[in-house]
Design a binder for this molecule. Structure first.
Ligand code: PMV
Length: 330
């Protein structure tokens, strides 16, 4: 059985260079959380028949099952095995709501499936493998802060595939960050991140400029993490996320994940800053807002956003651990 936690990008992954290999256009950087774990058990069946996937106690079918089967085919191909798998997975995060359920899901599946099929992969290779399930999953292999290399600049897709993995990045001990998650709407999104990325890259005139500015954001972010400069980390993360959403709003037709409630939370974050609290927002492929702040300020931030979305819809997260096999290994 494997355990993995979601991660939230402070420098976003948005847009693929290659869909099949899940190669991103830009590098991204995230914080793995200590909330919403996913546990996944993979057992091998007798013959080669269809895989079986049980998701929170319910048998999966359709697109969810197809995505996992395609991923398991990759693992089988690498392992030179053909047996079908029975996958049991438990996810505590609302699925498909832009709360990184696919990140923890495919990170846990990569670790559990590699073990079940006898593949001995190090963390870097597991990260490359998880990437194929969902790009952001490559980063959940690691705890704390992780940088996913795009592999851009390589001459061929094969070369990019080889070097597109995540690895931990340094941050000052004194940073002590928290991410306050404000769940505006826990329902599944209407447009998948895959489809939205495709549309943005293909049609948004703002995509190229954002991708270029994201490289500069990343360099500044790394320096800010090493300095332990939470204000700078937050400012860079917020502008990078708002820029990503701007690329989507400029797509044709527009992709809009942000709802009126999202904007109300963003207002609350601005109010917190006016009151002297270092609080910065980031949003993914959904209306929910994650607010970066110092751990010492997390209760105050949680109160402020709770006043908008309801206290029961707020979860305070800190930096969490990387994906790992739990005892027994099955
Ligand atoms: O891993 P995917 O395909 O679900 O993409 C997620 C992309 C964002 O969450 C919006 C940004 C990120 O870097 O995690």
């Amino acid at each position: 059985m494997a355990l993995a936690h979601p991660n939230i990008a402070l420098i976003k992954y948005w847009g693929k260079r290659d869909e099949g290999l899940v190669l991103p256009v830009t590098d991204s950087l995230s914080m793995t959380l200590d909330v919403y774990p996913t546990t996944t058990r993979v057992r091998l069946g007798e013959g080669a028949g269809p895989d079986e996937v049980v998701f929170n106690g319910v048998s999966a079918s359709g697109e969810a099952l197809r995505r996992i089967t395609v991923f398991l085919d990759l693992v089988r191909e690498r392992a030179g095995r053909t047996q079908r798998a029975v996958v049991e997975t438990r996810n505590t995060v609302p699925t498909g709501a832009g709360l990184a359920s696919s990140a923890s899901g495919f990170a846990a599946l990569a670790v559990a499936a590699a073990a079940a099929y006898g593949l001995r992969l190090d963390a870097r290779e597991l990260s490359r493998l998880a990437r194929r399930g969902s790009g952001s999953a490559s980063r959940s292999l690691f705890g704390g802060f992780a940088l996913w290399h795009s592999g851009a600049g390589t001459a061929s897709l094969e070369e990019a595939d080889a070097v597109s993995y995540a690895e931990p990045v340094a941050a000052a001990d004194g940073l002590d960050p928290a991410l306050v998650v404000a769940v505006v709407n826990a329902g599944p999104k209407e447009v998948s991140s895959r489809a939205a990325m495709r549309q943005t890259v293909a049609t948004s005139p703002l995509y190229g400029p954002w991708a270029a500015s994201s490289a500069a954001d990343l360099a500044e972010m790394r320096a800010a993490l090493v300095r332990g400069d939470l204000e700078a980390v937050g400012e860079i993360a917020e502008r990078n996320a708002l820029g990503m959403h701007a690329t989507m709003l400029a797509a044709r037709p527009a992709v809009r994940y942000l709802s009126p409630a999202t904007v109300t939370v963003l207002d609350a974050v601005v109010e917190l800053r006016r009151a002297g609290v270092a609080a910065y927002a980031t949003m993914d492929a959904g209306p929910n807002v994650k607010v970066l702040c110092r751990r010492a300020d997390a209760a105050r931030v949680a109160d402020a956003v709770g006043a908008v979305v309801g206290a029961s819809s707020v979860v305070v997260a800190g930096p969490g651990p990387g994906a790992r096999l739990l005892d027994g290994g099955d």
